[in-house]
Design a protein around this ligand. Sequence first.
Ligand code: SN0
Length: 315
Amino acid sequence: MKLFSSVNDVANINYLVKEALELKKNPFAFQHLGKNKTIGLVFMNPSLRTRMSTQKAATNLGMNVMVLNIDKEGWALELRDGVKMDGTSVEHIREAAAVMGQYVDILGLRSFPSLKDREADYGEEIFNKFVELCGVPVISLESATRHPLQSLADLITIEELKTKPRPKVVLSWAPHVKALPQAVPNSFSEWMCKADVDFTIAHPAGLELSEEFTQGANITHNQQSALADADFIYVKNWSAFEPYGKVIPSHEDWMLTNDKLRITNNAKVMHCLPVRRDLELSAEILDGPNSIVIKEASNREWAAQAVLKQMLESL
Ligand code: SN0
């Protein structure tokens, strides 16, 4: 694998999940693959799980790891071509990305959307420029429109915990006070549409995701009907795709509570984290027996390791 930016870069998702679960049983079996190989993890935005799990996964594979918080520790980057750099930007992405490619064998990049310019965000301008300019394989650590390592970890978690061959999985929108990206729900949806699950998305009117990611999903504005008989509920806030980046207020009643779980099939509750307690998801659920958010986060390690293994094998 030379690029991991979406589910479309994966030849066989079931095989990747299987590999991840094998690595979980035997994390250090492929240290020879990463010996004398270096990964650079470049963050333009904050991270806890992605940073720690990807670093751990790379180390399990014997790699050297460099982490750069480029937003705080790097030179201010110019992303536009054809501008005279007489403002605050110090270095152009053309030099920065090309130089990074000199030091690393694989580059990981996190670059959130602006949530202001939909064309630039959905064109993945920053991520694609790094891919074009760095000259080495690139792994997405969450880009403007997708978070594929999260979705792979989610699929691994569902595979481990499902009690029937084709579980009912519901992506349920949650309230928030800020405009958050659509990356996690877009990505979760495109992975679930390819997985062997019965997949429903529930959100208030006006919060439709881009259709590019939801082909094959059942979509409803009725949370209660979506939750009926659910085996897994994936809770996530996102801002509107149209009008782009808008926060739609007054949907506090969409927060998941134990009461709402009664109509489910004792559903397991997922969230990519970070989660704001009692705003997005009730503390009673997070502290109760239905939450699987910690196991889900723990599977980030095996998701990253399965992807890095395939990348190392193709170097
Ligand atoms: C990010 C998102 O894409 O929703 C990262 C998730 C892995 N989440 C946030 O930015 C949360 C910010 C907040 O203030 O709660």
